[in-house]
Design a protein around this ligand. Structure first.
Ligand code: IMP
Length: 430
């Protein structure tokens, strides 16, 4: 058995949570391998909406084991809130089917402060971070003074915590910002720290594992494992439009380092793309629409961040960017989501290539902040997709649109999503 991978091909928010939830019945184990609570995976199930930030999207399926891998950064307080939300809304007791890697790193309250002051100091050049402390936590991991989840159980944990906190506060003080003016999710620093420290009681009760041994043993025992990506390929620390990126490897290669498996154990790569494009935060977005059409996409698609509530920037599907993402990940199965958002468009535009310095290019270049997108017009389908459950019943214009994407990317579309609910999904291939 191999680990299949599911990840986003755009700037995040492609609807990965719903697809993982749909596919989870085919898998025994779902793992997060990178990122942290900057993610917001939305799942709608039996009329209820769940937003997961740290816990893998298989948690709503009672038979699925969920693993938070070593490549993830965890805020124990946010995790505790998620655990309570699942218990209250759906009676889900996560202790039974959630495992965390001892090697995953902790996001401390002072990481949140660092994120806030560092973003504020960037002024116009700010990244548009979710301010969940992701960048500072990964910085400490790489600089070799972070704290791993496994260390919470060690006797010297509080000493290590206080040492790291002290060194963070020294840095924060250089920004000459009054800490009283900064809040963390609406709390003062000391109130947040108190809640964070209290949440460690719950955190200590979670089952911690050596994920690198565990997954390989499970594969040998014929268990089916899916790795669930967070954010999107175009936010990758290496291949995104740096510095407007997140701090982890969001691409398929991140699965190996984020779970401790060799490349030879990676199987299918499911790539998820919306039928159009969105981005939250700053940075280049060639097909962005700053007009009424962009507003309509935002309204139809409820394009507001599930972690921050920020309005998402909206635009047309960008084929050079999609091809780039497919190439980096080696996508074997494409899944197109949110097609219903385009239901009431007479025509739909698709970016086929760019003009840069008077030249035509059909790939995503190193710096794409000044490219001009060239669009091709497609006929819209102009009808509601409710109640359609078979591929051949989809309107012809939508079938043509999907065939065009397959033709342009060279990858077969495996499924298409036609609405937010679990059952609004149509298989195009087995
Ligand atoms: P950070 O990872 O929170 O520091 O944010 C860095 C960039 O990635 C910002 O542009 C964020 O808006 C974006 N980002 C982070 N997480 C997500 C996500 O889950 N979906 C979409 N964008 C994200």
């Amino acid at each position: 058995m191999k680990v299949d991978v599911l990840l986003g091909l755009q700037w995040g928010d492609e609807g990965k949570g719903k697809i993982v939830d749909v596919l989870s019945s085919q898998y025994d184990i779902i793992c997060r391998f990178q990122g942290g609570p900057n993610a917001g995976h939305t799942i709608e199930c039996k009329g209820q909406k769940f937003i997961l930030h740290t816990i893998p999207s298989g948690i709503l399926n009672a038979n699925t084991l969920n693993i938070i891998g070593n490549g993830v950064v965890i805020d124990p307080f946010i995790l505790q809130k998620e655990i309570h939300m699942l218990a209250e809304k759906a009676g889900i007791e996560v202790m039974d089917n959630l495992l965390i890697s001892k090697r995953s790193h902790l996001i401390l309250p002072t990481h949140r402060l660092l994120d806030a002051v560092q973003e504020a100091s960037k002024g116009e050049g700010k990244i548009g971070s979710t301010l969940k402390g992701i960048g500072p936590a990964y910085t400490d991991r790489t600089a070799r003074h972070g704290i791993r989840s496994g260390e919470v159980l060690h006797k010297g944990f509080m000493d290590k915590y206080n040492d790291l906190k002290r060194s963070h506060l020294q840095i924060i003080n250089t920004y000459k910002i009054d800490l009283q003016n900064i809040t963390i999710d609406g709390y003062t620093f000391s109130a947040y720290e108190e809640l964070w420290l209290a949440s460690l009681d719950t955190f200590k009760k979670l089952k911690q594992i050596d994920v690198e041994f565990f997954i390989q043993e499970q594969l040998k025992a014929d268990k089916r494992v899916l790795a669930e990506g967070a954010q999107g390929t175009l936010l990758d620390i290496d291949f995104g439009a740096y510095p407007f990126v997140t701090s982890s490897n969001t691409i398929a290669a991140g699965v190996c380092t984020g779970l401790g498996i060799p490349p030879s154990l990676v199987g299918e790569i499911y790539g998820i793309a919306k039928a159009y494009a969105t981005r939250v935060g700053n940075g280049p977005f060639p097909t962005e629409l700053l007009d009424e059409t962009g507003n309509k996409l935002r309204k139809n698609g409820h394009e507001f961040g599930s972690t921050t509530g920020r309005p998402r920037r909206c635009g047309w599907l960008d084929l050079p960017a999609l091809r780039y993402a497919i190439m980096l990940n080696g996508v074997t199965r494409l899944i197109v989501t949110k097609t219903d958002v385009l239901n009431d468009f007479e025509t739909i535009q698709v970016c086929t290539n760019y003009e840069r310095d008077g030249q035509w290019i059909d790939y995503l270049p190193f710096d794409y902040s000044h490219v001009t997108p060239k669009f091709r017009t497609h006929q819209g389908w102009n009808c509601n997709l409710n109640g359609i459950s078979q591929a051949e019943k989809l309107p012809q214009a939508l079938q043509n649109y999907l065939q065009m994407i397959e033709h342009e990317t060279g990858v077969p579309i495996y499924m298409v999503s036609t609405g937010p609910d679990r059952n609004q999904i149509i298989a195009l291939r087995n």
